[in-house]
Design a protein around this ligand. Structure first.
Ligand code: SAM
Length: 231
């Protein structure tokens, strides 16, 4: 058992246009591809989409937006006109992502804000999904409990893909130099794994409410998937 430990990540503290941050976001796109996170999340939410189409999808800690775009590319049956909100306290949205989202018929909006504060102020709307990739691990159990409480009030579905906290994932972070990852990425990757999740840790923090069906499991080689769906 690896105890969960939280430590600040370098990428969160660098200005978005710092070359080390730019390089690290490029590394992140490749790491996401390696982890298969867009595929894992798309597969997890596909069933829900066939039952009830979302009207709004909110990505917390969206980074440059590439992750959600990749995920949506894998859900071609979603109808046009869905609102997409990319929430991040940094200012790193890729203009090309927004262009492609528009071309695919989505209605994207970028919100530069603290995710928790933004979510609390978000008006409840019909059929909202909240997704997060490599984001929840930034938070303590207490903060996650509060965040989940807000999401459970305002959304119909919540899906997150996070680092799996185990020896294998940690060992893999030591090999990131092989793909040319920079020092920021290499340090943050190890910090992220130590702050990652295993077992039913996220489900235990979701509000106890029988209207929610929770699933949480190991996914892919290095990921941990959480899905909460209002029944
Ligand atoms: C590891 S990156 C993941 C980015 C993106 N989800 C992806 O998969 O490429 C974590 C992101 O969370 C953002 N972030 C961290 N704390 C945040 C907060 N409290 N509110 C909003 N964004 C936050 C950072 O700015 C960063 O873009």
């Amino acid at each position: 058992m690896m105890e969960r430990s939280l430590q600040a990540e370098l990428l969160d503290e660098l200005p978005a246009n710092d070359p080390r941050a730019v390089g690290s976001r490029r590394d992140l796109r490749r790491i996401n591809a390696l982890m298969g996170n867009a595929r894992l999340m798309a597969r997890a939410v596909r069933g829900a989409a066939s039952q009830a189409v979302p009207r709004r999808i909110v990505d917390l800690g969206a980074g440059d937006g590439t992750f959600l775009l990749r995920c949506l590319r894998r859900l071609p049956l979603l109808p046009r006109g869905i609102k997409i909100v990319l929430v991040d306290r940094g200012d790193a949205t890729d203009a090309g992502v927004v262009t492609e989202l528009c071309a695919r018929g989505f209605l994207p909006r970028v919100e530069q804000a603290d995710a928790g504060g933004w979510l609390r102020a978000m008006p409840a709307g019909p059929s909202t999904w909240v997704v997060a990739n490599l984001f929840l691990h930034h938070f303590s159990a207490e903060s996650l409990g509060e965040l989940f409480g807000v999401i459970a009030q305002k959304a119909e579905l919540c899906c997150a893909c996070e680092p799996r906290r185990n020896r294998r994932s940690l060992a893999a972070t030591r090999l990131l130099w092989l793909m040319g990852a920079n020092a920021v990425t290499r340090q943050d990757a190890a910090v992220s794994v130590r702050a990652g999740f295993q077992g039913g840790e996220l489900s235990a923090l979701w509000p106890a409410d029988p209207r929610w069906r929770l699933r949480e499991r190991r996914a892919g080689l290095f990921s941990h998937l959480f899905l909460a769906q209002r029944t």
